[in-house]
Design a protein around this ligand. Structure first.
Ligand code: NDP
Length: 498
């Protein structure tokens, strides 16, 4: 295979063990089999971390904090180490991109220049906060000095999903480390290997061994052990709402630790008839095609003013035809496989239920065969309402439902989802209407005449309602990795007034 064709998936080197205290370590016990999402061929065994493994990782993180002074050193030293880490990520961009494309749904054409490049820049963004959030001096009587000190938690835990493994790991590790914490992170058992390489590069960059640890294993065993560990002071999770509830419960039952939860979504795309429909169609199709809809912010409910429905569907039909499915290691692939057969069956089930409820499929609706993995056509469903399974449930696949409205009020009511509030798109040329929609929509992010995140890491992301608690990215992500100590110091007699 030439470089122009992509890369040979059997030629990518990677470590198979946990990464604890700066060393790759394996457990003698149970192993899980990991398959390549592109063709579902098993390619590696993964150690199933136990509560003991998590214990070792937490002890190593604690030791690293105590012995290296990571949390106590001059913050600019931390920032410098993190900048070196970002530089190394860029230096290894090709290698990391291949590893990501091998083991996840990310096509190589997007993994190298998109995911890995943005991970490096995101680490730089977080490094810049290291010396910017030290605390405040409070307004008190002049014979006292009141201070609010920002301090790291110590060891924080993180659990990441399979849809963007490297990005998700960097969104957790970046702010945690910038704030002076150590981290114990469990990647999804479906996409585990690139995260270890990310942690190794941190150590190569001079971040002390033990500050970034990776423990592999399944959610209910290893993830649960992280959520419950008494030595972990805070947990940050991204994944389904159901698992988020389990993480929150375990964290509460084991000592009331704070949790940050980035959970599911069922985000509306609200299109008014006065919008630039060509642009709206680009954004809506782009959101469906990106990672084949396997994104928490996927805009999966199209809510369109009735007079624009027909032209918009015509445009979407054209734009969705550009999906080039294929193995993630082929340079020509731009459309991702579904992560697993389990996930593809979930999409099948929601589609079947929706059709049985009266939905009509006007584009797609079938699997794409011929690659060995599970691939799904971009799919449009019409004749749906709030009770239809595809409108109600997060699908995490390339399925878009279409509902039409006649008045602004009706459109805004349809945009509201009873459970989720992660993101929303609004398309209109009427500024007043855009502002009314922005205020009315119950979601953590509202995009107007665009859809999707940019490299503006300063913008936080997170949900309203059951879509989550707290934020990833932005200043908020670093603040959530700090706790606050109030200090009141008596400095002597009242000062004479001047
Ligand atoms: P999960 O929420 O189950 O998985 C996310 C992470 O949580 C993984 O690392 C998983 O580990 C871990 N986990 C699972 N169970 C527990 C537990 N009891 N305690 C602690 N950690 C746990 O998502 P799935 O992979 O099962 O996907 C199911 C659905 O979730 C998708 O169809 C989609 O709707 C939604 N989802 C949403 C995401 C988002 O970004 N908001 C991301 C991924 C999924 P492991 O994978 O090893 O089991």
């Amino acid at each position: 295979m030439t470089q122009a064709d992509g890369f040979d998936p059997d030629s990518v080197p990677f470590e198979r063990g946990h990464y604890i205290g700066g060393k790759v370590v394996d457990d003698a016990g149970e192993h899980l089999t990991v398959a390549r999402p592109s063709d579902l061929i098993p390619y590696a065994d993964l150690p199933q971390g136990t509560a003991d493994t998590v214990d070792r990782a937490v002890a190593s993180a604690r030791h690293a904090l105590d012995s290296s002074g990571w949390g106590r050193q001059a913050p600019r030293e931390r920032a410098r180490a993190m900048r070196r880490w970002a530089d190394l990520i860029e230096k290894h961009q090709e290698e990391l991109g291949k590893l990501e494309a091998l083991g996840s749904t990310r096509p190589i054409s997007q993994a190298v220049g998109g995911d890995v490049a943005s991970v490096a820049e995101g680490i730089r963004f977080f490094s810049e906060w290291a010396d910017k959030l030290g605390g405040d001096v409070a307004a008190t009587r002049s014979n006292d000095l009141g201070m609010i000190l920002s301090e790291p938690y110590g060891v924080v835990g993180a659990i990441t999903p399979w849809n963007f493994p490297l990005s998700m790991a960097s969104w957790k590790a970046g702010p945690a480390l910038a704030a002076g914490n150590a981290i114990v992170l469990k990647p999804s058992e479906l996409t585990p290997f690139s995260t270890v390489r990310l942690a190794q590069l941190a150590v190569e960059a001079g971040i002390p061994a033990g500050i970034f640890n990776v423990v592999h294993g399944s959610g209910p065993v290893t993830g649960e052990a992280i959520s419950r560990h008494p030595g972990i002071a805070k947990v940050s999770f991204t994944g389904s709402t159901r698992t988020g509830v389990a993480v929150m419960k375990a964290a509460a039952e084991s000592g009331v630790k704070p949790v940050t939860l980035e959970l599911g979504g069922k985000s509306p795309q609200l299109v008014f008839a006065d919008a630039d429909l060509e642009r709206a169609a680009d954004c809506i199709a782009g959101s469906m095609l990106a990672n084949a809809g396997q994104a928490c912010v996927a805009g999966s409910r199209l809510i369109v003013e009735r007079s624009a429905e027909e032209p918009l569907v015509r445009l979407l039909r054209q734009k969705l035809a550009g999906a080039a499915a294929g193995h993630t290691w082929k340079a020509s692939t731009n459309y991702a496989p579904i992560i697993s057969e389990t996930q593809a069956r979930r999409i099948d089930r929601i589609l079947r239920d929706s059709l049985a409820q009266g939905a009509e499929c006007i584009i797609g609706g079938q699997r794409i065969d011929g690659y060995g993995g599970a691939y799904y056509q971009p799919t449009l469903l019409t004749n749906v309402d709030a009770a239809t399974a595809a409108v109600r449930e997060e699908i995490f696949g390339p399925v878009l439902t279409i509902q039409a409205f006649d008045t602004e009020e009706e459109g805004l009511a349809l945009a509201d989802h009873p459970e989720y509030g992660l993101a929303a798109g609004v398309y209109t040329r009427d500024l007043g209407r855009a502002m009314r929609a922005m205020r009315a929509i119950q979601a953590g992010t509202v995009w107007i005449n665009r859809y999707s995140r940019t490299l503006d890491f300063i913008l936080p992301t997170g949900g309203y309602k059951s879509s989550g608690i707290g934020k990833d990215l932005g200043r908020q992500a670093v603040e959530q990795n700090l706790r606050h100590k109030t200090v009141l110091l008596n400095i002597g007699a009242d000062m004479p007034a001047r």
